[in-house]
Ligand binder design. Structure first.
Ligand code: MRU
Length: 360
């Protein structure tokens, strides 16, 4: 196990360095800390698709830098000052990046922001477009970090006095520019010296909980217990869980929430046991264009990721497996949504509009 402060200036989730997009290969954690250097937008797209970087806000930040790479690449070859060529290249890059993971809306939100920032230029030379794209990507990263800290400040008040929180997947620093969404109130509570104990679902099949959330919490010395996904009901029934706190990949107009597969089951269990179910997400995760969860595109990943574990087959050859990567929790099962602007309670529709409109 490697120990170092996860959000020190020396180690971040994703960053720009010497004309490259750098990121920690999250497929290799916690056993190896390897930095991936992306030189082209295609490299960034591949890193997102293969989940070298994952988590809705983090892939938004990576995609924003992917747009900046595309802009610099086009600006270099547009020697004749043809800015339309750069705009065309950026539009193609946006399509490529957006297609990699369809459920997390932060991805298309970030690429749109970068594109729009370049379109606002009064004198759009190729170099000016490239500069604007990179400046916007830096802003998206900085804002994401600030939003996560604000989520921590607002969400800490919701953590019950004993502090037994169950979380799913990884909605921590690795899933964002830093500090996390669901892990933000947990971190803040720990920083404030409040009692906290985190039950971490391992999160089959990619094991974001076992590999990433457990790693982050250990780094911070936050007390935790790793459980398999199937143990959640057992611990709830025994009275060991005070609340469930998860992140989100997309929250739509009526408050329905898409998050890592297994989240819906936890919400049903929480309701059956009278336990509050909280969702923590920045405004960049809110998609008012979709009326309800039925309209959310659910990413289907390869069944290979279900029938194998770390490259080793765990189910018989020829078995049929399914792999929806996300599910939708209906708003009726959500107790509150924690955003950077504050905590939103049902009915969610009007307040989500206010949060989304304050986002820019
Ligand atoms: O498939 P992943 O690992 O990208 O899924 C991540 C999640 O579902 C997270 O809970 C969500 O993105 C919120 S991250 C702050």
């Amino acid at each position: 196990m490697l120990w170092f402060p996860i959000m020190s200036s020396a180690l971040r989730t994703v960053w720009w360095e010497a004309g490259q997009v750098c990121l920690i290969d999250q497929r290799l954690l916690p056993n190896e800390t390897t930095i991936v250097r992306c030189s082209t937008v295609e490299d960034v797209a591949r890193a997102i698709r293969t989940m070298q970087i994952r988590g809705a806000p983090a892939i938004g930040c990576a995609a924003a830098y992917g747009m900046a790479l595309a802009a610099w690449d086009a600006a270099r070859s547009a020697a004749d000052g043809d800015h339309q060529r750069v705009y065309d290249h950026l539009a193609t890059a946006k399509m490529l990046l957006d297609a990699q993971r369809p459920t997390a809306v932060n991805l298309s939100w970030a690429t749109r922001r970068v594109l729009e920032s370049t379109r606002r230029l009064i004198d759009p030379s190729p170099e000016a477009i490239a500069h604007a794209a990179l400046t916007e990507a830096h802003a998206i990263l900085a804002e994401d970090l600030a939003m996560c800290h604000a989520i921590g400040r607002h969400g800490v008040a919701l953590i019950p006095p004993r502090g037994h929180v169950l979380t799913h997947c990884n909605a921590g620093g690795l899933a964002t520019a830093g500090y996390g969404t669901a892990l933000a109130p947990i971190r803040t509570a720990h920083e404030q010296g409040r009692p906290i104990h985190v039950y971490v679902d391992e999160t089959r099949p990619f094991l974001q909980g076992a590999r990433l959330t457990a790693w982050e919490l250990l780094q911070e010395r936050i007390p935790m217990t790793l459980i398999t996904d199937t143990m959640a009901g057992y611990f709830m029934k025994r009275g060991e869980i005070d609340c469930v706190l998860v992140g989100a990949d997309r929250i739509v107009a009526n408050g329905d929430v898409a998050n890592k597969i297994g989240t819906y089951s936890l919400a049903v269990l929480a309701r059956a046991h009278g336990i509050p179910f909280f969702v923590a997400a920045p405004s960049s995760t809110i998609d008012l264009a979709l009326p309800n969860g039925d309209a959310i595109p659910i990413e289907e990943r390869s069944p290979e990721e279900v029938v194998t574990c770390f490259g080793r087959r765990i189910a018989p050859e020829g078995v049929v497996a399914a792999h929806p990567a996300f599910d939708v929790t209906p708003a009726s099962l959500v107790t509150a949504i924690i955003t950077e602007y504050g905590v939103v309670y049902p009915p969610f529709d009007v307040q989500l509009q206010q949060v989304a409109s304050g986002s820019r």
